[in-house]
Design a protein around this ligand. Structure first.
Ligand SMILES: NC(=O)c1ccc[n+]([C@@H]2O[C@H](COP(=O)([O-])OP(=O)(O)OC[C@H]3O[C@@H](n4cnc5c(N)ncnc54)[C@H](O)[C@@H]3O)[C@@H](O)[C@H]2O)c1
Length: 276
C-alpha cells in the first residue's frame, strides 16, 4: 500500500513562475512551492526585494532566480518568459499574483464619482490586462509541451462587489471570467486555468486601504490600521484572517496532480464570507 506521505503530488523539480512575489501573498505562495521542492522564478516590479526571498530559500533543495517585471508592458512579460525559459528550460506553473488597488494616490469610492480615472486605469492595467499579457507570453511554450497550469489570483470582491473599491472588484471579476475563457480555449492542450480568490490578508495593500476607510467611515476613525483590518475580519463567518500560506496551499493544490481535472474554477479562501 502507498502511504499518503509518499504520494507524488507532481510538484518536485517543476518550475513555478510567480508574479508579485515581493508582496505578502506572493511570498507565501513561493514558500509553499519551496516546501514542495518546486523550483522558483520570482518576478516583481520591486525586484530588489526578491533577493531576500532568494536568500530565504537557500536552505531548500530548489533553484530560485529573480526577475524584474512590469506586467503593464507586453514586452516586459515576453522578456520575462524568454529569460525564465533560458534559465530553466520550462515553465510548468504560471501564478499571476501581481495586483494593485489603484494608483499611488488612490481615492476610495462612495460616492462612486470619487474614483479617479487613474485608479480605474492602473487597476485594470495591472490586475486584468497584466494577467492576459503574461498568459499570452507563456501559452506558446505550454501548448508545445501539451501541459501547464495557470493560476490567477483574483479576490472575493469578484463575486459580490465592493462599494468603496468598485474598480478593483470589477478588475477581479474580469480575472475570473478571463480564467474561464482561457480554460475553455486551452483545455485541448491539457492546460488548466483556475483562479484563487483571497479574502483578507494583512499586506501592504491593506496598509494602504485601512487609512482610507478611516477617512470615509466615522465608525472606524479612532482605530489603528490593523484594528480596521480586524474589524472587517470580524464580519466573516469564521472570524479568521487568511495567511499568505493559506493562499499558497490553494495554489499548490491547483498546480498539483490532485487537481489535474479541475479547470475554469475559482476557489474562495475567505473564511466563508462569500458562499456560492
Ligand atoms: N491582501 C488582501 O487582502 C487581498 C485580498 C484579495 C486579493 N488580493 C490579491 O492578491 C494579490 C497579492 O496581493 P498582496 O496582498 O500580496 O499585495 P502586495 O501589495 O503586498 O503585493 C502585490 C505585489 O504586486 C507587485 N506589482 C504591482 N504592480 C506590478 C506590476 N506592474 N508589475 C509587476 N509587479 C507588480 C507589487 O510590487 C507587490 O510586490 C493581488 O493580486 C491582490 O489583488 C489580496
Amino acid at each position: 500500500m502507498i502511504s499518503m506521505q509518499n504520494r507524488e503530488r507532481g510538484l518536485k523539480k517543476k518550475l513555478a513562475l510567480i508574479t508579485g512575489a515581493s508582496g505578502a501573498i506572493g511570498h507565501g505562495i513561493a514558500r509553499c512551492f519551496a516546501e514542495e521542492g518546486t523550483n522558483l522564478a520570482l518576478a516583481d516590479l520591486r525586484d530588489d526585494e526578491l533577493l531576500d526571498l532568494k536568500e530565504e530559500f537557500k536552505n531548500f533543495d530548489i533553484e530560485t532566480q529573480c526577475f524584474s517585471l512590469d506586467v503593464k508592458k507586453q514586452e516586459s512579460c515576453d522578456k520575462l518568459v524568454q529569460d525564465v525559459l533560458k534559465e530553466f528550460g520550462k515553465i510548468d506553473f504560471l501564478v499571476n499574483n501581481a495586483g494593485v488597488l489603484g494608483s499611488s494616490d488612490l481615492s476610495l469610492g462612495m460616492p462612486m464619482e470619487d474614483i479617479a480615472d487613474s485608479d480605474w486605469d492602473e487597476t485594470y492595467q495591472v490586475n486584468t490586462r497584466g494577467v492576459f499579457f503574461l498568459c499570452k507570453s507563456v501559452v506558446d511554450h505550454m501548448r508545445s509541451s501539451n501541459s501547464g497550469r495557470i493560476i490567477n489570483i483574483a479576490s472575493r470582491a469578484a463575486f459580490d462587489g465592493r462599494e468603496f473599491i468598485p474598480h478593483y472588484a470589477a478588475s477581479k471579476a474580469a480575472v475570473v471570467s478571463l480564467s474561464q475563457s482561457l480554460a475553455k480555449e486551452l483545455a485541448s492542450s491539457r492546460i488548466t486555468v483556475n483562479s484563487v480568490c483571497p479574502g483578507l490578508i494583512w499586506s501592504d495593500m491593506w496598509k494602504k486601504l485601512s487609512p482610507l476607510y478611516k477617512k470615509k467611515n466615522p465608525e472606524l476613525k479612532e482605530m489603528s490600521s490593523r484594528e480596521v483590518f480586524d474589524f472587517f475580519v470580524q464580519q466573516t463567518p469564521l472570524n479568521l484572517e487568511q495567511t499568505p500560506e493559506d493562499i499558497g496551499r490553494a495554489v499548490t493544490f491547483l498546480a498539483s496532480e490532485d487537481a489535474r481535472t479541475i479547470t475554469g474554477q475559482s476557489i474562495l479562501v475567505d473564511s466563508g464570507s462569500v458562499m456560492r
